[in-house]
Design a protein around this ligand. Structure first.
Ligand SMILES: O=C(O)c1ccccc1N[C@@H]1O[C@H](COP(=O)(O)O)[C@@H](O)[C@H]1O
Length: 196
């Protein structure tokens, strides 16, 4: 089970995610209580070993803005939320980073449909921590897609059983309060996802 921990802002929480065995760590570079600057993301990502994917999270920025922030932060993946057209993915191909498309269950759920490398199937409001009907995406074609939206250490095993994803992605569910991560919850989440 591939596990991504998103919205990290403090070095101690990055260390907790690395030590817990996360496969990917996300830095939010768009409007959110978890937003960091590209410079801060670079600083935080410098402590992440090469085998863990560092991801910049965007929602609605232009491909030029995404490109500039990703290069400044030195990240290895770009995650685009919302209705980004195919052209945005095409325009970012030459960055040489992993492209992640994130959208609600109502969008085109075929991974690769817009030339992305990974897909995230999320709640209607990303980063809200609101659970949704995870079982609604069960039976979709197998592929590199992550389930997100309202996951936490106590429900991730149930969500995996319901949706049967390739991976899971969490932000709010490993926080003590809005935008404030909790190292214990990060450890619990990774363990629960891997034990599912
Ligand atoms: O985490 C955020 O603040 C965020 C803001 C804007 C777009 C995406 C964001 N995070 C992504 O949202 C889901 C997780 O949401 P939840 O809080 O666990 O319910 C996941 O895809 C994050 O990468």
């Amino acid at each position: 089970m591939y596990v991504k921990i998103c919205g990290l802002r403090e070095p101690g929480h990055v260390t907790a995610a690395v030590e817990a065995g996360a496969d990917a760590i996300g830095f939010v570079l768009t409007r959110s209580p978890r937003r960091v600057t590209p410079a801060r993301a670079r600083e935080l990502a410098s402590a992440v070993p090469q085998h863990i994917l560092t991801v910049g999270v965007f929602a609605g920025e232009s491909s030029e803005e995404v490109r500039a922030a990703t290069l400044e932060a030195g990240l290895r993946a770009v995650q685009l939320h919302g209705d980004h057209p195919h052209e945005d993915f095409t325009a970012l191909k030459d960055l040489g980073v992993t492209l992640v498309r994130a959208g609600a269950a109502s969008v085109d759920l075929r991974c690769g449909a817009l030339d992305e490398d990974l897909l995230i199937v999320d709640a209607p409001r990303p980063g809200s921590g609101e659970p949704w009907d995870w079982a609604a995406v069960r039976g979709r074609p197998a592929g590199r897609w992550m389930l997100a939206g309202g996951l936490d250490p106590s429900n991730v095993a149930e969500a995996i059983a319901a949706a049967r994803p390739w991976g899971v992605d969490v932000s709010s569910g490993v926080e003590a309060g809005p935008g404030v991560k909790d190292s214990g919850l990060i450890r619990d989440f990774v363990a629960a996802a891997r034990g599912a």
